[in-house]
Design a protein around this ligand. Structure first.
Ligand SMILES: N[C@H](CCC[C@H](N)C(=O)O)C(=O)O
Length: 293
């Protein structure tokens, strides 16, 4: 029986197994399905994981570069993962001592800075154009507060596709029931993640010194590839702020607090430039994992 060494990390409870890309894992999809399983997968505080990050480090580059491949529990490879990118940056920082890292993803290179209070990752420019989300040819234009399979959604690509629905109270929605029809809607030829958002009040001390009109949102996301709710979704947090601005619910270039169940993230979406995602990363443990034949 072959085993490979792995490390368990999470970014605001969006949890991942980290494996060196050179490790002898011939069937990555089977490996992810086995070890991410929430019932029978890798042990720990929470059994299983939201995916496996296969990372390849180029320590000699300046800044240091990490190629990130996220294999999800359903075997799919995601183009990008905001929380996974934060984990990859911390992994590279631990390996090299670097504080600045370039993460190479199928969605493009992403610049990251590792600081004591958290990791900031550049997330590219949110895109609403049908060709970028992508949307089916008969969509007839961007989806902005558009009814789709029972939810009113705004479709945006933040490295991966998100359908964002603004609601009064994210906890009042039965996400596992309402999300799948949107996640699989024909309007989304590559599928989509489904993200709920609700405006939240900022308590006074949270706004201390915050520039502009401080704002906050609650978030919940049903993730494509996990085929279920995760406790945080970085691309989803960026999608909340980008969609809030596009739909006129928010008008700021300042930092916005977005709170999925797993913790608080800080998002900046400039009017013209790449968005950023900032938040904590925790390394949980080392583990040796069986490699399926
Ligand atoms: N499930 C997503 C990829 C992971 C995104 C999420 N974990 C994040 O932090 O951005 C998809 O297939 O589009």
């Amino acid at each position: 029986m072959t085993t490979v060494s792995a490390e368990k990390y999470h970014g605001t409870e969006n949890d991942f197994l980290v494996v060196d890309a050179d490790a002898p894992v011939a069937d990555r999809a089977a490996f992810a399905a086995i070890h991410c399983n929430r019932e029978t997968g890798v042990g720990g505080e929470r059994t299983g994981a939201d995916g496996v990050l296969f990372l390849s480090l180029d320590p000699g580059a300046s800044p240091v570069r990490v190629t990130m491949t996220l294999v999800q529990p359903d075997g799919s490879v995601a183009e990008m993962c905001g929380n996974g990118a934060r984990v990859a940056a911390v992994w590279a920082a631990r390996e090299t001592g670097a504080r600045e890292v370039i993460i190479e993803t199928p969605a493009g290179d992403r610049h990251a800075v590792v600081q004591s209070e958290g990791v900031t990752v550049e997330m590219g420019r949110p895109a609403f154009d049908p060709a970028d989300v992508p949307l089916a040819r008969d969509a007839g234009g961007p989806l902005i507060d558009t009814p789709v399979e029972g939810l009113t959604v705004t479709a945006v690509n933040t490295g991966v596709p998100h359908a964002v629905a603004f609601v009064e109270d994210v906890d009042a929605v039965d996400l596992e029931t309402v999300a799948p029809p949107v996640r699989h809607a024909e309007l989304f030829p590559d599928g989509t993640n489904v993200t709920l958002a609700a405006r939240a009040e900022l308590d006074d001390d949270a706004t201390e010194g915050a520039p502009g009109a401080p704002a906050a949102f609650r978030q919940r996301t049903y993730e494509r590839g996990v085929e279920g709710e995760t406790l945080a979704c970085g691309t989803g947090a960026v999608a909340v702020v980008a969609a809030a601005k596009r739909t006129g619910r928010l008008d700021t270039e300042g930092p916005v607090r977005v709170s999925p169940p797993g913790g608080d993230l800080v998002i900046v979406v400039p009017d013209d430039g790449p968005a950023t995602l900032t938040g904590p990363v925790d390394r949980e443990f080392d583990v040796d994992l069986e490699v399926p034949e």
